[in-house]
Every structure is written in C-alpha cells, then in structure tokens.
Design a protein around this ligand. Structure first.
Ligand SMILES: Cc1ncc(COP(=O)(O)O)c(C=O)c1O
Length: 415
C-alpha cells in the first residue's frame, strides 16, 4: 500500500503501469462486426418491411452525415444546436420556449408535473390516451395525480360535452379538482378535429384548467390537413412533440410552453435525471428530419390509405381507418389470427415484420411492401374461404387497442 498524491492513504497497486494496461485491455470493446455496413443495410431493408411501429425507423446515412456537424456544447449549460432547435420549434408552434427531451414519455410526464404542484388534483384524458395506457401510471408516481379516463361518446374523439361531464370542480372536499385536460393528436393515427379542440380549450380556460397536448404525431395532422402547427398548438398551454416517430429522427422530443413554464420544466427535467450533455448531434439529426422528412408524410398517408383500401377489398374489417399513418384491422374477420399472419409474414423469402391489429406505415415503408402484405392476407383469406369460413358480424369494435397491446409486445420482444 502506498500514499496517493492527495496525501490520503489510498491502496495503490505496486505495479501501477502493468495493472493500468490490464484494466485497459479489459475495457476494450468493439461491438461493430466487420460486416457492419452490410448489417446496417440489412436493418434498413427490414425496417422498410416493418409495420410494427414508426419508432423503429432508422437514421439514414444522409441524416448521420449531417448530424455529426452538430455543435459540441453541454446541454445542461449551453448547447448551441439544441438551443437553436428549441427556439425554432417554439417559433413554428407559436410558443415562447421549448425544452429538448430524450423521450415522449418524459416530455409528457415533465409537462404535466410542471403544471401540477399541490395535490390533490385530477387530469382528464381520453381513455385510450398514451398517458393513461402506456406510461406506467407515471402521473400517479411523479405528480400524485389521478387520471380520469373518458371514453368519447362519438367513438372517435372527445368533445366539450364529454369533457365538461368529467372534470371535477366545486368545493366538495371529497373530490380532487381537475387541474389539467390532456388531449392527444393524433390518437391511434386519428385526427382530433380542431373544431372540437377549441371549445374544450375555451371551457378549460374559463375554469382556470390547463390544457396539455400529447402531440407525438402532430406533424401528421399538419401534413394531412395543411393547418399550421401554430394553429394546432394555440389551444394548449403545453405541447409535447416527438421527433423519433413519424419524422424518423433517432432520439428526441420537445416540450413547449411559456418562458416561465419552460424555465420550471428545465429544473424538473434535471430532477428527473434528464439533463443531457452533448446533444448537438441529436439536435442536428432532428433538424435534418424536420427539413427532409416532414415533406415525406403525405406520401406515407397515401400508402396507409392504399393499405386500408386493399384490406377492404379482401373483405377484412377495418377497426380504425387510415386518417394518417395507421390502420387497425380485424384478423378474425377473415378467419385468421394476428399470430398466423405475423408468422406467415416472417416465413416469406423477404420477411414482413408485423404486430397485432395495428399497422403503421412510415417514411421508410415502400409501396412494394404494402403490396406484399396485401398479397399475404389475400392468400390467407382465400384459403379460409375455400375451407368454408364465412365472415361473421363483428362484435369486437373498440377492443382493438387490447389486441394491439398483446401482439405488439410479443413480436417486438422476439426481434
Ligand atoms: C401518442 C404517444 N405519446 C407518447 C409516446 C411516448 O414516446 P416515447 O416512446 O418516446 O417515450 C408515444 C410512443 O409511441 C406515443 O405514441
């Protein structure tokens, strides 16, 4: 044992250079195979044949080439490309400021946590909302809030009638007042009409309730309707947008709101352990996605409609149609199961990668892949018909989310 330079008694190896070299040897790690280029090309080809999720889109070589020019700041202090991205997206959405986030889940959770400071309180949302179904009861954990999940009466989206009957107000001490209404657009790929969002926002503002938007795929609404992002975001106090889904960036979301709100959210993000460092490469990749990938979305929607029409022509029941990039279908309507379709898809010479009832079309989907999938389903339908299958009346409308959950996880885990 020897003395370290600090003067403290620290055990030091008697053979320092040799042991350092040995640790160095242990640490060495090269996960890239010698065939990484071919491997990545294969991955890109597989993504083009994947209907599971648009989160699986992969960075193109062009995006990577642009991304490496990102600035080299530390985002907890000052990272120029990231600050520029936050300011840019704040400007196009008509908000005062923005905050780059690692994920959409963190963006929603911090967005809500920043509004909610003194329990008891409740948040009203759609019963299919991501914050209710896929965020692990995060608002209960992080904010001590209870969600009030509301099924829309029209089966498509919430209206002011749904919301006003669900918010908690008044002085009765038994009930936790509603402090936030959280909407999602798109929701399962469907567009929330602005004419029903605006009255909800006016109602919320009349009661001092905050409006949050989970706009993970709001880009699709702008691309499909031609409405500006500013107009789509105006009814909301806070908005979360994702870059890593339809836009195809590798990582990242953004939370938007007033300067005061984002200043608070920046502190909450650090508290959550989300203060990131050299994010310049990510911000630059997002800039590439905004510039080059947003214009691809109308084509994605055309392909999704082709997919829906093709399935209808085969006799498949559509559970939720292609308003943007998703189609939900019922495999039982042609006498088969999602598992059978997925397994047969995997056995094709060029495999198809499928989840459950949800089919997601994305910027890396090719038209040929839509044709291959339709051919596969048509083949199965024909086989079943020959074997005597007769289509029964559907009674499972509204259950597709559950089917999707089950199958989606089992297939993505096995890949
Ligand atoms: C509507 C919606 N909101 C939020 C998220 C969460 O995003 P992330 O997976 O980046 O946490 C998702 C993920 O797919 C989503 O679909």
């Amino acid at each position: 044992m020897g003395y370290h330079d600090s003067g403290y008694l620290v055990p030091m190896s008697p053979n320092l250079e040799k042991t350092r070299a040995s640790i160095n040897q242990d640490l060495k790690f090269d996960p890239l195979s010698s065939t990484y280029e071919a491997d990545n090309d294969l991955k890109r080809a597989q993504i083009a044949r994947t209907f599971i999720s648009d989160t699986m889109t992969v960075p193109t070589t062009e995006m990577y080439a642009y991304g490496v020019h990102g600035t080299l700041g530390d985002a907890v202090y000052y990272e120029p490309s990231t600050i520029a991205l936050e300011a840019h997206v704040a400007k196009i959405t008509g908000k005062e400021d923005g905050l780059f986030m690692p994920t959409g889940t963190m963006s929603n959770q911090i967005g809500l946590r920043t509004h909610l400071t003194q329990p008891p309180y409740t948040i009203v949302c759609d019963h299919r909302a991501h914050i209710y179904t896929y965020e692990l009861s995060g608002v209960a954990f992080h904010s001590g809030a209870q969600l009030i999940p509301v099924p829309p009466q029209n089966g498509h989206h919430l209206t002011v009638d749904d919301v006003s009957r669900s918010v908690v107000q008044g002085s009765d001490v038994h009930f936790a007042p509603t402090q936030v209404i959280s909407l999602e657009n798109t929701l399962n790929g469907t567009i929330f009409p602005q004419y029903d969002i605006v009255p909800i926002s006016e109602f919320a503002r009349s009661l001092g309730i905050k409006m949050h938007l989970d706009g993970a795929r709001l880009w699709h609404v702008a691309a499909e309707t031609g409405m500006s992002l500013k107009e789509l975001c105006d009814p909301f106090d806070s908005v979360s947008l994702c870059f890593s889904k339809g836009l195809g960036a590798p990582v990242g979301s953004i939370l938007l709101g007033t300067k005061e709100y984002i200043t608070k959210a920046r502190r909450v993000r650090k508290l959550f352990g989300g203060g990131m460092r050299q994010t310049g490469i990510l911000a630059a990749s997002v800039a590439y996605a905004l510039t080059h990938h947003f214009p691809l979305l109308p084509r994605v929607h055309i392909l999704a409609r082709k997919l829906e029409k093709g399935l209808q022509d085969i006799g498949v029941t559509i559970l939720s149609g292609a308003e943007t990039c998703m189609v939900f279908y019922d495999a039982t309507s042609i006498g088969t199961t999602y598992d059978e379709i997925a397994e047969k898809g995997l056995q094709l010479p060029s495999p198809l990668f499928l989840g459950g009832s949800r089919l997601v079309v994305h910027i890396q989907t090719t038209e040929a892949v839509i044709d291959d999938f339709l051919e596969l389903v048509a083949g199965i339908a024909k086989e079943r018909k020959k074997a005597g299958f007769v289509k029964a009346e559907m009674n499972g409308v509204g259950q597709y989310r559950d089917v999707y959950v089950h199958r989606h996880w089992s297939i993505s885990k096995s890949k």
